[in-house]
Write a protein that binds this ligand. Sequence first.
Ligand SMILES: Cc1ncc(COP(=O)(O)O)c(C=O)c1O
Length: 485
Amino acid sequence: MEVALNNNHKFLSKIATNDGHGENSPYFDGWKAYDTNPYHPQTNPGGVIQMGLAENQLCFDLIQEWVKNNPQASICTPQGGFDFKEIAIYQDYHGLPEFREAIANFMSRVRGSRAKFDPSRIVMSGGATGAHETVAFCLANPGEGFLVPTPYYPGFDRDLRWRTGVQLIPVVCESSNNFKVTLEALEEAYDKAKESNIKIKGLLITNPSNPLGTFFDKETLKTLVSFINEKSIHLICDEIYAGTVTNDQEFISIAEILEEYPTICNHNLIHIVYSLSKDMGFPGFRVGIIYSYNDTVVNIARKMSSFGLVSTQTQHMIASMLSDNDFVEKFISESRIRLAHRHDLFAKELSQVGIGSLESNAGLFFWMDLRRFLKEPTFESEMTFWRTIINEIKLNVSPGQSFHCSEPGWFRVCFANMDDETVTVAVRRIESFVLESKMIEIKTKAKAKKHCFQKNLHLKLSSRRLEDTMSPHSPLNSPLVRAQN
Ligand SMILES: Cc1ncc(COP(=O)(O)O)c(C=O)c1O
């Protein structure tokens, strides 16, 4: 099969047959481990629990209630079927006006109405995945690069690079300052790329961050904007976790910065990627959005969107749902409450079993610090430990190296894609593993201590023996003993 596949590759394109999809990374391996042995409370209680999937499943009851109360929103119900023909025929690739209007309104509401969005700038794509590729196609030529602070979402290697030929250049961020993006790190990455003859076309940030679960403060955002403006490169802001804030702080969108400081940069350089995959929990609908402040990019991206339109049926339903202001208000606030509750519960459980994590205030995950469990501070050790987590603890978490983290021992664990019972099972598994490791540690220490004690005792005894032999007061020196010998 392998030979046949390799032979077949000769007849296919280089892009299609290269490794750009990244399917071989540990990030996707974990999913495979889950797929072959998925946990189920009744039918497979010993299976793998999926904690590698950043899904938001905490508010489906609200959505289902809305769907039940609004049958006219679907063309597949007696109440909505009248619109069937209108929806089924070819539509303009600009998207339904009511869809763009509703999305712009939702984007603003999710950001606390602190920023406005113009519906005429909304461009559709197949999820944020498609949006990133389209933006990369619009902004850069093959071989040119985008700076990306680490750790970053593994899918970027596929989305921005694979078919476009664009490169991603890591901006190394470290745990010593909570993985903050500094101007020094940006300059260093920029200069390094320049030395390697890679033309940098932009900076890609994820705000709030996947996998860190943190978002940028105003000062940092202003620094980033000044940096890109000074270099005349683009800024792509992936804000798909904008609505997942888990405490009382307010997320700051790049749109807010532009409204508050209109002269801070050339607006043509700013582009937002958004989707309904995380804030609404609809990754299956593939609703992705490119929102650019650059008219030409809006124009080109719209033409390119022909390759990844959102189906009109989905647009129709989303338009109806998101123009229901009462529902949107209720959904946004309830989703935040439920995410915060799950976040706090999980944080408490982790800290009770002595597992540290980066302090976070958004996202659907924690960035766990498991450095102390590694035999050595290496990525090989991280992989070995990750295999233990998957095969013995039976949890699919994602190792830091798949996020290009510069330090081994960090793991991302997702908490919003399961019900409360599964969370309890997952936490118990972590707990018993930690206890087990502590026992092993205690035993190993005790063994080492015993060994050390015996060695010391042996040494003491032998030196005593030596002392005894040499000492003038030694019983061995007694005439009696001498006589016996
Ligand atoms: C930061 C980030 N960007 C983009 C995506 C892809 O999102 P979508 O499902 O809308 O394609 C993800 C998915 O996890 C993500 O975490």
